[in-house]
Design a protein around this ligand. Structure first.
Ligand code: ATP
Ligand code: MG
Length: 446
């Protein structure tokens, strides 16, 4: 991958006084790890996104470290460290409030493939020694130039082997090396390019944009778990609206979440974009939105559209359940989303439809609140009511009884005509229930 550095005149190095990175903006734990590696005679660099974000004056999400120490050598320097990963070993140094990842410089251009929580057996074969590389090779295997910058703790300099500093200045996302080659190696990089461009307000370099325009179907080759991971990252960081618009513009969304793409082409795009904008707004206000909630938002517009197509009134519960399954199950399988998480996302949509009509009784409220998908459904309901006024009164009707239930009190629900009828039917028919004829109107029904 790497071309000889002499040809390009060596790396660009910014001395301490020539850049704005201050150690005060770094995690004290990451600094501790850097200093200890350095003290033991190893190279110790802050790498990847943290350098990029610090140079841009943004707060890094995490502080990853690169070193020429081998994983076992790193582990021996820290009591609180463990080695994970089968092929590429990574050392996780655990502190009370964060985990600092230390990776040995390597040269393989292949994507990361570390499995969550995987612990390397001491007896497991060590990776081919040839996989390890120099800092320069490590920069060249990275995805984008702005992600390949190093901060050297030995002299507080920034080291740029790939032209990342110029691209940071110009606001450009450019692959390290030819985009076609890098996307063929790992199509997830197409998603990541869009993600960074949107998050940082950068533009995609022309050749990169052209490569994506012709290679987007290749994203289907990527491991589902990696796509799902990037999707969640995209939903979580407060730039979901811009990222998903970018994924749609780059023709990627149709491959990875066809349900959301369908919303944008069938006139429900506005709902999707508003929901994502509301989620972003919550992030800015430091309000936690659950991952299941964020996933549910991607499917909500088409689910609501299907509900409305079914008629002016809400279909019977069984039909709604079937509809939710039809809409969500293929997606959950495609994205390798866990059975439980899929269940929560699907159930949250069902609870949401339940809350589109007034609560029938205190028991009804308690049953709803105790459901494992309730907190997800409740967040989705709030976001939906925020973007579509038609759901506001439905939400308002549930708010008081729900807060009573959550506070451990019996929810007071005004007995509705429907509730009384249901109760009477329930008494007559026992617990089998029956098909309801007098079904409530969905709040969103025309
Ligand atoms: P974030 O702020 O989202 O954490 P990040 O740049 O730190 O951004 P990570 O996904 O945490 O991104 O990855 C850390 C670094 O590993 C990246 O900056 C990049 O250098 C490298 N990297 C990650 N994924 C890939 C990939 N698919 N191909 C090549 N390099 C990658
Ligand atoms: Mg990171």
């Amino acid at each position: 991958m790497s071309e000889p550095e002499e040809k390009r005149g060596g790396p660009q190095v910014l001395a301490r006084a020539e850049h704005t990175i201050s150690r005060a903006a770094m995690s004290p734990n990451a600094l501790k790890v850097l200093y200890r590696l350095h003290g033991a005679g190893f190279l110790a660099y802050l790498v990847g996104g943290a350098v990029r974000d610090l140079l841009l004056g943004r707060r890094p999400k995490d502080f990853d470290i690169g070193t020429n120490a081998r994983p076992q050598q790193v582990r021996q320097l820290f009591r609180n460290a463990r080695v994970i990963g089968r092929r590429f070993r990574l050392v996780m140094v655990r502190f009370a409030s964060e985990v600092v990842e230390v990776a040995t410089f390597r040269r393989s251009p292949e994507p990361p493939e570390i499995e969550e929580g995987e612990t390397a057996d001491v007896l497991a074969p060590t990776p081919d020694v040839d996989e390890y590389g120099t800092p320069e090779e490590d920069a060249w295997r990275r995805d984008f130039t702005v992600n390949a910058l190093f901060y050297n703790i030995a002299d507080f300099s920034v080291i740029d082997h790939v032209g990342g500093l110029a691209d940071l200045d110009a606001g450009v996302i450019r692959t390290v090396g030819p985009p076609r080659l890098r996307f063929a190696e790992d199509p997830v990089r197409m998603m990541r390019a869009v993600e960074y461009a949107a998050r940082l307000g950068f533009r995609l370099e022309d050749e990169l944009a052209d490569a994506t325009a012709s290679m987007h179907p290749e994203i289907r080759r990527a491991a589902p778990a990696r796509i799902a991971y990037e999707l969640l990252e995209s939903l979580k960081g407060g730039s979901a609206l811009r990222i998903f618009r970018g994924l749609e513009d780059a023709s990627l969304l149709g491959h990875i979440v066809p349900e959301a793409h369908a919303a944008t082409v069938s006139g429900n795009g506005a709902v999707l974009w508003s929901l994502l904008a509301s989620a972003d707004e919550r992030y800015r206000k430091d309000e936690r939105v659950g991952e299941e909630t964020l996933l549910a938002l991607l499917f909500l517009p088409q689910f609501l559209a299907a509900l409305q197509k079914a008629g002016e009134r809400l279909p019977p519960a069984g039909d709604i359940e079937r509809l939710a399954r039809e809409q969500l199950e293929p997606a959950m399988l495609r994205l390798a989303i866990s059975h439980y998480r899929g269940h929560v996302v699907r159930s949250s949509l069902l609870l949401l439809t339940r809350m589109m009509a007034p609560a029938k009784s205190g028991k009804h409220v308690l049953r709803t609140v105790r459901h494992e998908a309730f907190s997800t459904a409740w967040q989705v309901m709030h976001l939906l009511a925020e973007v579509d006024g038609r759901y506001r009164s439905a939400l308002a009707a549930w708010e008081h009884p729900v807060s009573q239930a959550l506070a451990g009190r019996a929810p007071a629900v005004e007995a509705t005509k429907l509730g009384r009828e249901e109760a009477a039917r329930g008494r007559r028919r026992g617990r089998r229930g029956g098909r309801r004829h007098n079904r409530p109107k969905p709040a969103g029904a025309p």
